[in-house]
Design a protein. Structure first.
Lengths: 197, 245
């Protein structure tokens, strides 16, 4: 039996079917990071896939773009309860990134410039569900939002969409990343409100 | 504990600034919390509509008393209710404590290495830092603590009297940044925090302080970038931001 909050009527009343339970809509783009924003020049940027794969591979900025950017239109949901609907991105699909790499493990750990990590099942990275994004709303991705490139896995809470991504380490077993060791859920499905342990 | 909503009762309310106030809750079964953790707070309208937000906790340690301090956001849904409507005796649902990163733990004993701590707060970003300052005082810790607190004007200081009291400790120092209006007798001029101000008011990187920065996104971005420029390793700077960029 919920406690009724005396005198509270709620004025936002966001009932959009696109809004997962316990979320509210925001028009701006809040920034949540555990530390300072790293400064990464695209000339220094490298992204690689390592771990439980037949062959590790790495790309510099130009090589990575040759994989082919695509348009992405998606909603994003932060565990701190804001959601932002109808965002536009450009990025490289993880299907393309992992294509031909003979991925053996079923889990992945994203590693980032600055040291952040987060774990995602490989199945959640494939099938047109995940990208490495380099543009947001028609402009290069701002550093505070993860630029020059961030993981984008919008069907999970946004802490899984690791900013400043540098590596994807394929793992045979699931392991907790940074926030997953600090109280957050291993999977993070916003529609099932998998926020915390 | 984390997964369950529990009912807290408002036991005290005190104005903090013209747009904010502190709210004391008695939460039966609260397991205590670390300094710097937050909780989720849920409001429910008579028709069942709910709104949930996260708030930093200003208190730390064991016990079932939990204090929040909430600033009214102009277009907010929950904060105006908490600042303008809530009265002593009301009940609120809370869940927590949450977060295991932006926390300070007192050293286990006097022989533990006592790394200095630098707190840097902007506006209501003082709240989790206040929990750390209180935890520091509660155990009479001799760990060197230093707070840099940026506010628009003197009336925007949260916990002003208690901070003045804490600053009497030889192990706790406070420096101020006034962005718009400085108090009478203030030697500097009002303005946003600068590299020079940080260099003089922050524990030097050479002493390897643990740094906690909390405030609006723009403030935290600026301060964290400057700290890195001043030689603080990024891994030693923990941040908590609120609001958009």
């Amino acid at each position: 039996m919920p406690i009724i909050s005396r005198g509270f009527s709620g004025r936002r009343r966001e009932e959009s079917p696109q809004l997962p339970p316990g979320q509210y809509l925001t028009e701006d783009f809040p920034v949540l990071s555990a530390g300072p924003t790293p400064a990464i020049a695209t000339s220094d940027w490298v992204f690689g896939v390592t771990g439980d794969v037949a062959e590790t591979r790495a790309w510099n900025w130009e090589q990575f773009h040759e994989l082919g950017l695509e348009e992405i239109h998606t909603d994003i949901h932060c565990v701190t309860r804001w959601s932002k609907l109808g965002t536009s991105w450009r990025g490289v699909s993880l299907d393309r990134v992992l294509d031909g790499l003979d991925v053996a493990g079923r889990f992945a750990m994203a590693g980032c410039y600055g040291g952040y990590t987060t774990n995602v099942p490989v199945d959640d990275l494939l099938g047109g569900k995940a990208w490495i994004a380099t543009e947001f709303e028609g402009a290069p991705l701002d550093p505070e939002h993860g630029g020059p490139a961030r993981l984008l896995v919008p069907h999970l809470y946004f802490w899984k969409s690791a900013k400043w991504v540098r590596t994807l380490r394929i793992m045979p077993k699931d392991e907790p990343g940074f926030w997953e060791q600090n109280g957050y859920n291993m999977y993070g499905d916003p529609w099932r409100e998998q926020r915390y342990w | 504990m984390t997964g369950d909503w529990t009912v807290g009762t408002v036991t005290a309310i005190a104005p903090q600034t013209p747009t904010s106030r502190s709210i004391d809750l008695e939460v039966p079964g609260w397991p205590g919390n670390l300094a710097g953790q937050h909780l989720d707070l849920r409001l429910t309208a008579p028709d069942g509509y709910t709104a949930t937000r996260s708030y930093s906790i200003a208190t730390a340690g064991a016990g079932t008393r939990v204090q929040l301090a909430v600033d009214r956001l102009p277009d907010g849904e929950v904060s105006p209710y908490l600042v303008d409507e809530l009265i002593v005796g009301d009940q609120l649902e809370v869940r927590g404590p949450l977060g295991g990163w932006f926390v300070w733990r007192p050293p286990a004993d006097d022989r533990s290495p006592a790394e200095p701590v630098q707190l840097i707060g902007g506006g209501s970003g003082i709240v989790p830092l206040m929990a750390m300052a209180r935890a520091h005082a509660a155990v009479a810790s001799t760990v060197p603590f230093r707070l840099l607190y940026s506010v628009r004007a003197p009336e925007d200081v949260f916990f002003a009297a208690e901070l003045a009291e804490l600053a009497r400790s030889p192990h706790f120092d406070i420096d101020w940044v006034y962005t718009r209006t400085a108090p009478e007798g203030w030697s500097g001029s009002p303005g946003r925090v600068t590299r020079e101000r940080l260099a003089e008011a922050v524990v030097p990187a050479a002493l390897d302080p643990a740094v906690f920065v909390c405030g609006p996104t723009g403030f935290v971005e600026t301060v964290a970038d400057l700290l890195v420029e001043l030689g603080h390793p990024a891994a030693r700077v923990k941040t908590e931001r609120f609001g958009g960029a």
